[in-house]
Write a protein that binds this ligand. Structure first.
Ligand SMILES: CC(C)(COP(=O)(O)OP(=O)(O)OC[C@H]1O[C@@H](n2cnc3c(N)ncnc32)[C@H](O)[C@@H]1OP(=O)(O)O)[C@@H](O)C(=O)NCCC(=O)NCCS
Length: 155
């Protein structure tokens, strides 16, 4: 069965899936209203989702991307990320940003598609979330901001 990727109304965003990428439902709901949501499905089953909000007329931020744990490491996340990158390129975007932790496979996931480190938001995860967040047993403190510039070669 082929993977289908399409935009859905933010009112139909699969919030339970997005919680894999952002543990705060309040934060997800706060940015959903000003964002666009894209989902990847296999038949009737939604396997992945991605939310993007505008920052300025030609710059966008990927707020969350997640693939259901059962379907991870099957290439769906990469397919969804590439689709979203192409969608915003076609829309005339100059850049796409994303914030992520300072360690973990997600860094390679984004940089493989041309994202590059642009800044560090010190203490982001302790300033913006009520509970400590751990990944692989390590507490997340700082957020790396990555930027994909469409003008860069091959972006
Ligand atoms: C990040 C995420 C969307 C990637 O989706 P995916 O469908 O698993 O990604 P792909 O199958 O396209 O794999 C991309 C790469 O990430 C690696 N990867 C994916 N999940 C992994 C995991 N749990 N542990 C280690 N590596 C992982 C894959 O091995 C692959 O690398 P490779 O090509 O060298 O093998 C997905 O893993 C996810 O939902 N994670 C939890 C939420 C999250 O962290 N979102 C990002 C927030 S910044």
């Amino acid at each position: 069965m082929a993977l289908m990727i399409q935009e859905v109304s933010v009112t139909n965003a699969p919030v339970e899936l997005l919680l894999l990428a952002d543990p705060s439902e309040n934060k997800i709901r706060s940015y959903l209203s000003i964002s666009r949501c894209f989902v990847a499905s296999m038949g009737e089953v939604v396997v992945g989702a991605c939310v993007v909000q505008p920052l300025s007329p030609n710059a966008y931020e990927l707020m969350s991307i997640a693939v259901h744990p059962v379907h991870q490491q099957s290439g769906y996340g990469t397919a969804l990320l590439k689709w979203v990158i192409d969608f915003y390129r076609s829309a005339g975007a100059r850049q796409l940003e994303v914030g992520t932790g300072t360690f973990g496979y997600q860094l390679a996931f984004y940089q493989r598609q041309g994202f590059r480190v642009s800044s560090i938001d010190q203490d982001f995860f302790i300033k913006n979330y009520p509970e400590p967040i751990f990944e692989d047993g390590i507490q997340l403190f700082d957020m790396l901001r990555l930027t994909l510039r469409y003008s860069d070669k091959d972006a």
